[in-house]
Design a protein around this ligand. Structure first.
Ligand SMILES: Cc1cc2nc3c(=O)[nH]c(=O)nc-3n(C[C@H](O)[C@H](O)[C@H](O)COP(=O)(O)OP(=O)(O)OC[C@H]3O[C@@H](n4cnc5c(N)ncnc54)[C@H](O)[C@@H]3O)c2cc1C
Length: 420
């Protein structure tokens, strides 16, 4: 059996090692545009902060590919998939035939279409090459503007602030972390970062990124940086764009493989074309909590999907039960925070329980649908994330201990006592 995997990251690597375990004699080929052994993107902010070097970003040992008898075609871009001829066409003209194909091409930084976005010292943060470029550009720099106050933007901001740079985060929405946190949670996290010295501009987007030549023509003095929608100018030596991601689906054009924003797959991680599977940030699956279909671009989901895809590619039927699509944890300065599931519900079917103590940087929010916990935000004290997360994953009926749920000491012990 010839297995071909496009992508060498969370989903691709997990699929490859699972396939090797299930089919010792199968031919496995991995194709990846980046010419590197697999590494953790989640650790790129640590790399920016100087806590990790290239080597310690690796997610598998040096000899992983040889040990697992995996043929690697790294440093090559897959340009097209011909699902009739069952082959993948690479940028260098190579044609790679497959019996079973996994598309694990992940996502790319999505860059807003503003003038200057492709200019010098303007970076996304998705690849190790981006992080290396940022560090190079930051050597000798003074000011950094981060566009986008989501997790990646904030992590980059905090890392570079730690390297001694002046950092401003520009967020178009009224609060940071708009997809994961509500205004209260975001407010606590932002104030904690402000206390450190990071500056925030909220509710305003950027209009343009301006290089030194244009800046001096426009403003009659030296400089470079960013112009906001309302005309305010921010000087910046380096600009990091962290305004979200878009799934890498370009290679599928004309292939017959269905694409919405990402690739829709069934519970076997199979696309609409037989023997073509997809996993990771590139796919749309059903969120186990909200039931909504969409992208769930986090590392643990990519790994779980890669594994399930591999089982099915190897002929062993396994169902992807869906994961909690949104699970994000952060800790920048002193305030840890975690968000899971549906955190900003709309509709009368939801009940929201909150405990907000901003003077102590504490916030707890639980979202219930009937008697089932479907979402949570914890800020300041996240020790209960495990027990609440377990209730969410099991879709447990919380009626027997509903009156205890918001207690600071609510724990597995309460569940056991109720059960016993
Ligand atoms: C800075 C940062 C921090 C993050 N922090 C967290 C975190 O704390 N927790 C968390 O859960 N998630 C985090 N994530 C998200 C996490 O990294 C992704 O969910 C995960 O990497 C997805 O893995 P993937 O295998 O689907 O694809 P990706 O990691 O995107 O890898 C895609 C692979 O496909 C290859 N590829 C793409 N297109 C082609 C092509 N046409 N031809 C050949 N090869 C191609 C690429 O070279 C790469 O090997 C973070 C992401 C970033 C960028």
């Amino acid at each position: 059996m010839r297995y071909v995997i496009i992508g060498n990251s969370a989903a691709g690597v997990r699929a490859a090692e699972t396939l090797r375990a299930l089919d010792p004699a199968g031919e496995i080929t991995m194709i990846a545009e980046e010419n590197l052994p697999a590494y953790s993107r989640c650790l790129l902010p640590n790399f920016l902060a100087g806590y990790r070097d290239r080597e310690s970003l690796r997610i598998r040992p040096r000899n992983f590919y040889e040990e697992n008898n995996i043929r690697t075609l790294f440093g090559r871009r897959a340009l097209a998939v011909d699902t009739k001829a069952r082959e993948v066409k690479l940028g260098d003209g190579t044609v790679v035939p497959y019996d079973k194909l996994l598309i694990a091409t992940g996502a790319s930084s999505s860059m807003p279409p503003v003038p200057g976005i492709g200019g010098q010292n303007v970076f996304g943060l998705r690849h190790l090459a981006d992080a290396e470029g940022i560090l190079k550009a930051c050597a000798g720099a003074r000011r950094v503007v981060v566009i986008g106050g989501g997790f990646v933007g904030l992590e980059a901001a905090y890392a570079l602030y730690g390297q001694g740079l002046e950092v401003t985060v520009v967020e178009k929405m009224p609060h940071i972390l708009p997809q994961q946190m509500d205004a209260r949670a975001a407010g606590i996290i932002m104030r904690d970062m402000q206390a450190e010295g990071i500056r925030f501009i909220l509710g305003r987007g950027i209009a343009e990124i301006v290089n030194p030549g244009l800046w001096s023509r426009l403003f009659g003095r030296p400089g470079k940086g960013v112009i906001l929608e309302d005309g305010e100018r921010l000087k910046a030596d380096v600009v990091i764009v962290a305004t979200g991601t878009r799934p890498n689906v370009d290679l599928l054009r004309g292939s017959g493989i269905a694409v919405n924003r990402g690739i829709p797959v069934n519970e076997y991680m199979e696309t609409n074309i037989p023997d073509v599977y997809a996993a990771g940030d590139v796919v749309e699956t059903q969120d186990s909590i909200t039931g909504r279909r969409g992208l769930t671009p986090i590392w643990p989901n990519a790994c779980a999907q890669g594994r399930i895809a591999a089982y099915n590619m190897a002929g062993q039927k396994r169902v992807y039960g869906g994961m909690i699509g949104m699970q994000n944890a952060v800790e920048f300065r002193e305030v840890p925070a975690i968000a899971m599931g549906l955190t900003q519900p709309e509709g009368e079917e939801y009940e929201v329980l909150t405990d907000y103590r901003p003077e102590r940087n504490l916030y707890k929010k639980l979202v219930l649908k009937g008697d089932v916990l479907v979402g949570l935000i914890l800020v300041g004290d996240i020790r209960q994330a495990g027990v609440y997360g377990a209730l969410m994953k099991k879709k447990a009926d919380v009626r027997p201990f509903r009156h205890l749920l918001m207690r600071d000491d609510f724990s597995y012990g309460h569940l056991l006592r109720q059960a016993g």
